[in-house]
Design a protein around this ligand. Structure first.
Ligand code: UD1
Length: 416
């Protein structure tokens, strides 16, 4: 069991190249299965969720080679459409394989996906899309069985813009005969990334990044090479880290356009932000100003940055109000922040954060991926030593959180 130990109060200064995006690479890896051939993916972050996806792909017969941050996937040897519960349960993104497997092999049998315990996280919209495309879908307490002799293009309409369901619908539609129109689609940059990758493989897709995506299916797919974009959530975490303890830093490899709303919130809190094509600069000193923020679907404030924001708001000058509108149980980190002296009251989906002058280091536990990262953010600005246990959650999404923050001058290390 390992612990991340942080000595707070050291400003962060310098430059950092951000890791590849977790939420972009996982669906891209799944989408590779649609093709019977070889895919090369560059800028792959070496994180636990990627290792888990590699384990699943190998279990299904694919040949995977990860050298540094470059992944070669040979899906010609794909031999199984079964995703046993112990594999499916290791992360949320295991469900991303359902659409591609259904498309390529005509069948998928999968245990329910796991992932962060941040709410109910149903998969009804994923299944609705498969049914619309002509699949027969059965569910029992073990998982899902979907099969289709052949998928046919159709109209798919989502009542809520789910990222995962949109990705699964697009991937299944690529293998379907005819045209599929997805309405109410999610608009996250990771959807655009997935569609760019599919297009590079030969798929015909328009409207990615809007709420209406059109896919003309059964185009001939071919080998492709794809470079994954920088991780906007990891970048946002590091920018909030600078706000926790002051400093001046530059994060390279991330598009400021992917973080429009979080950057606006950081500015409201007193940060000076510089935006360039694939670079964000931040400069911050003193205490943050309080804010009112509601999480929302893209381009709104991302739920994944809600906990890091809370860690910074905990020492703001004034009362901040945070509303969580995407996941019902995403305030668990508040309890850990209270152990460090934060004054946070939770009422349903609203948190009222009364900023204090300084947090105090303590022993805290990561309960989920972004909540764990938020505790690191809090520790960087706290007085004394903070020990964050439950690092396994953080490892699922951050490639080198200790090395990255140390490079900027943070005093942080992992103790095994
Ligand atoms: C993805 C991201 C996650 C992020 C989330 C919201 C990945 C690997 N994960 O998760 O980091 O926090 O988007 O931006 O990309 N819903 C349903 N039925 C469904 C599916 C979803 O009701 O079938 C609801 C969920 O309960 C939630 C909302 O839709 O309230 C959004 O969830 P969704 O966008 O699907 O999140 P994920 O794709 O799981």
């Amino acid at each position: 069991m390992s612990v991340i130990q942080i000595e707070g109060g050291h400003p962060l200064n310098g430059e950092l190249v951000i890791q590849g995006s977790k939420n972009a690479v996982l669906p891209v890896m799944a989408a590779a299965v649609l093709h019977n051939g070889i895919t090369v993916i560059e800028n792959v972050p070496r994180i636990q969720d990627v290792f888990c996806m590699l384990g699943i792909l190998e279990h299904m017969g694919c040949i995977c080679r990860l050298e540094g941050n470059c992944l070669t996937l040979d899906t010609r040897t794909l031999s199984s459409c079964e995703l046993p519960s112990h594999w499916a349960g290791c992360m949320r993104s295991s469900i991303m394989l359902a659409g591609p497997l259904l498309g390529r092999l005509g069948q998928v049998k999968a245990g329910f996906p796991g992932g962060c315990a941040i709410g109910q996280r149903p998969i009804d919209l994923h299944l609705k899309a498969f049914r619309a495309l002509g699949a027969e879908v059965e569910e029992d307490k073990e998982g899902v069985l979907a099969s289709a002799k052949r998928l046919s293009g159709a109209s798919v309409s989502f009542s809520c813009p789910s990222v995962g369901a949109t990705e699964n619908a697009v991937m299944a539609a690529v293998a379907a005969e005819g045209t599929t129109v997805i309405e109410g689609a999610a608009r996250e940059p990771e959807i655009v990334e997935l569609c760019s990758f599919l297009t590079k493989m030969g798929a015909e897709i328009t409207g990615a990044g809007t709420s209406k995506i059109m896919v003309r299916g059964r185009r001939r797919l071919h080998d492709a090479r794809f470079f994954v974009c920088g991780d906007r959530i990891a970048a946002g975490t590091y920018l909030f880290s600078v706000m926790a303890c002051g400093g001046r830093a530059v994060i390279q490899g991330v598009a400021p356009d992917h973080l429009t709303e979080p950057l606006a919130v950081m500015e409201q809190m007193g940060a000076e932000i510089r935006r360039e094509q694939r670079l964000i600069g931040i400069s911050f000193s003193g205490r943050p100003k309080s804010v009112s923020v509601s999480t929302d679907f893209y381009p709104g404030f991302p739920t994944d940055l809600q906990s890091p924001l809370m860690a910074v708001a905990a020492r703001a000058d004034g009362i901040s109000r945070i509303e969580e509108n995407i996941f019902e149980e995403r305030f668990k980190t508040a309890g850990e922040l209270r152990k460090m002296g934060a004054d946070i009251i939770i009422e349903g989906k609203r948190a009222v954060v009364c900023g204090c002058v300084q947090l105090t280091g303590g022993n805290v536990k990561a309960e989920d991926l972004r909540g764990g990262a938020a505790l690191v953010v809090a520790g960087l600005g706290a007085k004394g030593i903070t020990s964050v246990s439950g690092c396994g959650h953080i490892d699922r999404g951050y490639e080198n959180i200790c090395e990255d923050l140390s490079r900027l001058g943070g005093v942080i290390r992992r103790i095994e």
